[in-house]
Design a protein around this ligand. Structure first.
Ligand code: PA5
Length: 427
């Protein structure tokens, strides 16, 4: 059957009275048409760079980096989550143990993280990608400034650092000090940027097949250009989430049944939250992982508040598989891959029987090509959902407030922490 998006478990036939009817979907044609039209108008106006970059020549993203033993990506949010998601999705969670090139990711301003990375890598043998669209993100700059000083002490060369940015202090430093710089197109927003220079330059250095990644996205783009909602998985996905949000499903859980996809859920969490959480609207994304979260979250999904819609991602083929042998036990003779996928099916059926709407994305394999398809489908889903909700999915104005206060604190223009003792209980 190939790869597919299945939505039968949100329909009345499977879900019962909580489900949607075909008339419900047909009755929303004006909403889906509007979301489609507005998205394409934005694209025509040149606002949706993420739809353009997948057609760029990928040759421009390659770098001669063969001498480096370590790769360190420094960035925050949309400037790092996608890179980490693709790297782990393609290479697996223990890639560093198996590869000569060891890859590390540095985002937080937690000094212990930087400290622990510095204990493992040798900066003289490290290629550092500093990624920031604005070039002014405080965590990224702080980490970079510390690394820069350490590198200077060690006499590292200029070609140890590659800057991916479209402005700010970071780009200024890059230009002044002669680092190699890759631009980020102005119309590409952080969390939608993994298939631009932001993701493709570092990923190509990590030996990820970026051509296949982009080709998956291009093929998905063709599918997402279909105007008819019943033929367009991103438009349908957005519509279903929109309809159920209006029916009180304020939480959207993404639950793949494959360890390599866990970072995808974290990438999705940012995409869904930061794009849609505006003007009192939005849907809270939750990252889950099967089968293990069946022993952690599932009780709540089945029997807790009826405020969730779940999306499963199931992959048919695993890179390694094992036959379980234990005579007399019901596991005997089954493969591990069968087990995990039957666990997914069991969960799906239990949720459906309880009236919890759920969707499935089923992939034959997880590789660069299918991951590219998945990424693009979610980017388009988010764009369509933004139009349905009537919010601008491509800005993040509320985040600026906390940044402004932090800066005032750092510059001594605001009072530091004050603890009202009457409301403190010592622990
Ligand atoms: O999606 C977004 O726009 C944000 O998450 C940004 O990527 C994040 O704040 C980092 O910004 P910058 O790339 O400017 O450093």
């Amino acid at each position: 059957m190939g790869d597919y998006f299945k939505y039968s478990n949100v329909m009345r036939e499977e879900l019962g009275s909580e489900g949607l009817s075909l008339e419900d979907i047909e009755g929303m044609r004006d909403v889906t048409d509007m979301a489609y039209r507005r998205t394409m108008e934005r694209y025509e106006r040149g606002e949706l760079g993420f739809m353009e970059v997948i057609y760029e020549d990928i040759e421009q993203y390659s770098l001669d980096d063969k001498d480096f033993k370590y790769i360190l990506v420094v960035g925050m949010g949309g400037s790092i989550l996608g890179i980490q998601m693709v790297y782990e999705g393609v290479k697996g969670i223990y890639a560093n143990e198996l590869s000569d090139k060891k890859v590390f990711f540095l985002d937080n301003s937690d000094p212990e993280l930087l400290h622990s990375i510095l204990k493992v890598i040798d900066l003289r043998e490290t290629l550092i990608f500093v990624v920031s669209k604005s070039g002014n993100t405080v965590e990224t700059l702080a980490n970079f400034f510390v690394l820069k000083e350490e590198m200077e002490k060690l006499g590292c060369k200029r070609d140890n650092v590659v800057i991916i940015s479209s402005g700010g202090v970071l780009k200024e430093i890059g230009e002044r000090e002669g680092y190699q710089i890759f631009d980020i197109p102005e119309n590409v927003v952080g969390r939608f940027s993994v298939l631009s220079s932001v993701g493709l330059v570092p990923l190509s250095s990590m030996d990820v097949d970026i051509e296949r990644l982009v080709s998956g996205a291009r093929d998905m783009d063709k599918i997402c250009r279909r105007e008819d909602v019943v033929k367009n998985p991103a438009l349908m996905n957005a519509l279903i989430h929109y309809l159920f949000l209006n029916r009180g499903k304020s939480i959207s859980v993404l639950m793949p049944y494959m360890e390599r996809l866990y970072r995808f859920t974290l990438w999705y969490r940012q995409l869904w939250a930061e794009s849609l959480g505006k003007d009192g609207k939005g849907q809270t994304p939750v990252a889950a992982l099967g089968a293990k979260d069946q022993h952690s979250q599932l009780q709540l999904y089945l029997d807790g508040p009826r405020d969730k819609i779940i999306t499963f991602i199931k992959v048919k083929r695993f890179r390694g598989d094992f036959t379980i042998r234990y005579r007399g036990h019901y596991l005997d003779g089954h493969n591990m891959s069968q087990l995990i996928n039957l666990q997914q099916l069991g969960t799906e059926r239990a949720l459906t029987a309880r009236g919890v709407p759920n969707l499935s994305i089923v992939l034959e394999d997880l590789d660069e090509y299918t991951l590219g398809k998945l990424i693009y489908m979610y980017e388009m889903t988010t764009a369509f959902m933004g139009e349905m909700l009537g919010v601008n999915a491509f800005d993040q104005p509320a985040v600026e407030e906390g940044k402004r206060i932090t800066r005032e604190l750092l510059e001594g223009r605001a009072k530091g922490e004050e603890v009202l003792e009457e409301y403190v209980i010592k622990i």
